[in-house]
Design a protein around this ligand. Structure first.
Ligand code: AMP
Ligand code: MG
Length: 520
């Protein structure tokens, strides 16, 4: 019998909503509302992350398949669970949106993992809460598959992220209008259990600032510092600015990691930015295939490209400015907040350069490194190179100076015309070869080091969409195959060439493969 899950100390430490009715409403002077998941009697387990369930001692094998499915569909509560939905607000697409909150997320409780980490267990799609604002509190299978696969893939890639424990078909239909352009369709519903040290967002702090609830804001900030930033002195007078500095740093680090693997979050609103610098809320995210900094998978953002791949660092800063405004009443001075924001930009620039050097297998310091690195992205864009495959192939570049473009470049390009006359790209590769000759690492070791930071298998949009299409025909093997393959993204796996392939032409403009809506 596993150790019971316990009530989150979030609810034992912070002010809650005294009203226990589960009705949409404004919840003031409270960080959360208690709410019971509605339950799904016909729920069925589709997939479970073994890594996560082992850490938690909560696998279907130890808990029993039936009981596991009941607990993680929100149909049965374990002893000690005290479910709640958190109150938060947010800036969406540049505008203050007021109260948002966990409209379809319900935290069951917390559990200490084998590693010693305390984990929050949260269901997504388990029914309405006081924050549902008239929506149904449910999730469709397609978006739940996307979050399940991508959050575990990101973990294996070494990118800070919330995790996934389980994916369960609710056994009920959910009505959705995928592109907001026609009559809603019935789609299969699902409940995902996701796991993180905390799901606190910038928006959890903003809502109390917006309502002038400075005492609640302070309690929440003190809780967050004591619980999640234990290296900070929680009695120090400057603790709030030190904390903000730490949030700036981990946000910069996170976005550098997104750029390393080609991830586009798609909806970097302040309600989707984790205070711990984790990738949070997988919605209309996407993976860059042809290199294009202006690309966004999110149809809602198609006109403005606000959250496009190449704007993510800037948008991280914009969001941090909103957080700085929110916590100003605690710091009561602009200078330390401004300095932390400058630190964000410095950290981002330093870590980005370092990350790019690693992608290129450069480990010594040379004067022209920055220029060599900065010259590459425009060339990749012009040649429409697949970000993932380009860096994998680059590791195989021979030492002998190139006289023509290597043939593999054509294979990793989406350009309609041959690359042969792209002399700029050839010159860059020759410069790169020249630079490699100044490295002290032997070529084989460099190749290994490059393959350890340049993944081969990533949740390409079309691969995930094909797995979703199969799941909608009750075939779950493709979801499980992707989940398994993404556990080892850097290691070539026999028989998995089809999961490392360039995007096929049919997927260029297909819904789910190149464009996604927020409807989930
Ligand atoms: P998202 O776009 O998923 O980040 O959600 C933005 C806000 O809308 C959050 O407060 C969500 O809880 C809420 N929300 C999104 N979908 C639903 C839904 N189906 N039912 C209730 N609330 C939702
Ligand atoms: Mg969200």
């Amino acid at each position: 019998m596993p150790e019971p899950t316990i009530a989150a100390d979030f609810i034992t430490s912070l002010p809650g909503d005294p009203d226990t009715r589960n009705l949409p409403r404004q919840v003031t002077r409270a960080c959360y509302s208690r709410v019971t998941p509605r339950g799904f009697p016909h729920a069925r387990l589709i997939a479970c992350s073994h890594g996560m369930s082992e850490e938690l001692g909560l696998s279907p094998a130890t808990l029993g398949m039936e009981r596991f499915t009941q607990v993680f569909s929100g149909t049965r509560l374990l002893e000690g669970m005290s479910p709640y939905a958190a109150c938060y607000g947010g800036h969406q697409f540049g505008h203050w949106a007021g109260q948002l909150g966990d409209g379809r997320a319900i935290t069951l409780g917390e559990k200490r993992g084998n590693s010693g980490q305390q984990w929050e267990l949260q269901l997504k799609g388990a029914g309405p809460t006081p924050y549902s604002r008239g929506a149904d509190g449910l999730a469709v299978l397609r978006s739940s598959i996307r979050e399940f696969l991508c959050s575990e893939a990101m973990h294996a890639l070494g990118v800070p992220t919330t995790r996934a424990l389980s994916l369960i078909a609710s056994g009920e239909w959910v009505k959705r209008d995928m592109f907001y352009d026609g009559p809603p369709q019935d789609e299969p519903g699902a409940v995902m259990c996701r796991v993180a040290p905390s799901f606190l967002r910038f928006g959890n702090f903003e809502i109390h600032a917006a309502r002038n609830e400075t005492d609640v804001l302070q309690q929440l900030a003190d809780y967050c510092i004591a619980r999640h930033f234990p290296h900070l002195d929680c009695a120090a007078a400057d603790r709030y600015s030190r904390w903000f500095e730490a949030v700036c740093q981990c946000t910069a680090t996170l976005i550098v990691q997104w750029l390393r693997v080609g991830f586009v979050h798609g909806v970097m609103n302040t309600d989707n930015l984790s205070i711990l610098g984790l990738t949070l809320d997988y919605g209309p995210y996407g993976w860059l295939e042809p290199y294009d900094p202006a690309w966004t998978p999110n149809t809602t953002d198609a006109a403005n490209h606000r959250y496009a791949f190449g704007r993510q660092a800037q948008m991280g800063l914009w969001n941090l400015v909103q957080l700085a405004n929110a916590i100003y009443p605690l710091v009561q001075a602009a200078k330390p907040l401004e300095q932390a924001l400058e630190g964000y930009t410095r950290t981002f620039e330093t870590e980005w350069l370092e990350m790019m050097k690693h992608k290129l297998g450069l480990h010594t310091i040379q004067r022209d490194d920055a220029a060599l690195i900065e010259d590459l992205p425009p060339l990749m864009q012009r040649a429409e190179l697949d970000l993932t495959l380009f860096f994998r192939h680059l590791a195989t570049l021979p030492a002998a100076p190139l006289t023509a473009l290597p043939t593999w470049l054509g294979e990793v390009s989406y350009a309609p015309t041959p690359l042969a006359c792209n002399t700029d790209l050839l010159h860059w590769l020759q410069r790169y070869q020249q630079r490699l000759s100044q490295e002290t690492t032997p070529p084989a070791a460099r190749r290994t080091a490059m393959n350890a930071v340049n993944p081969l298998y990533v949740p390409r949009n079309y691969l995930v969409q094909m797995a979703i299409d199969a799941a909608y025909q009750n075939q779950f093997d493709p979801v499980l195959e992707l989940h398994d393959t993404f556990k080892h993204p850097y290691t070539e796996q026999p028989g998995k060439q089809h999961l490392a392939a360039k995007r096929p032409d049919w997927a260029r403009h297909k819904a789910g493969c190149s464009m996604l809506s927020c409807s989930s």
